[in-house]
Design a protein around this ligand. Sequence first.
Ligand SMILES: [Zn+2]
Ligand SMILES: [Zn+2]
Length: 244
Amino acid sequence: MAGTGGPANDAAATDGAAADGAATEDVRLAVYRHFAETGDAPSPADLATRTGWSAAVVRAALGRLHDRRDLVLDPGDRVRVVLAHPFASVPLGFSVMGARTLWWGGCAWDSFAIPHLLDAEPEVLVATRCPACAAPHAWSVDRKAPPDGDQVAHFLTPTARIWDDVVHACSHQRLFCSTHCVDAWLAATGRPRGYVLDLPTLWRLASGWYVGRMDRGYVRREPVAAAAYFAEVGLRGPFWGLPA
Ligand SMILES: [Zn+2]
Ligand SMILES: [Zn+2]
């Protein structure tokens, strides 16, 4: 995957903005491909090797990608990739095991999205624990149909607020045994009720959300502007930016 355009772009880099744009897209793709293949975040050196861009260009591109929400950098060093949705380099309650690769699954939404995004891994094992009672749960998640199960997802943060603190929002998109366990967790933590989804709705939400993200030229979908998609997959109400 090295040399996906970097050196050629260096030679043609008479226009700084165009070169920035090319480097940014090269680095974005390299981040996603590294996560897809290895399950972990790439270092700046990994990204320089994959793209052919210098370490300084890679760091600048990471900053631009963070600023436009294509990924989330560690706020401390602004270099380590914490989230490149649906991938994560930190545990947020889920593991996703493919045939060849093991990922931290991000949140419930992200974990269910990984088999839809990766052509090489169309069926994965998603595992988690109920946040209320710690019971373990696992599902085979594929592209064909929602997994069996009467567990429910609970999302704490309304879509309009997700990017206020995206790591907090992701870490509170979890799967529970039942609405009883959701209620017990809300009571124990003093949190306000968010939104409860059954597994088929979660699976539909995840199925198309990240379409195109592994491809060059992808433009990310902003949750606050995605009400039509949310309605189409069966979500309702102001939590999703939809009418009450
Ligand atoms: Zn439970
Ligand atoms: Zn997430």
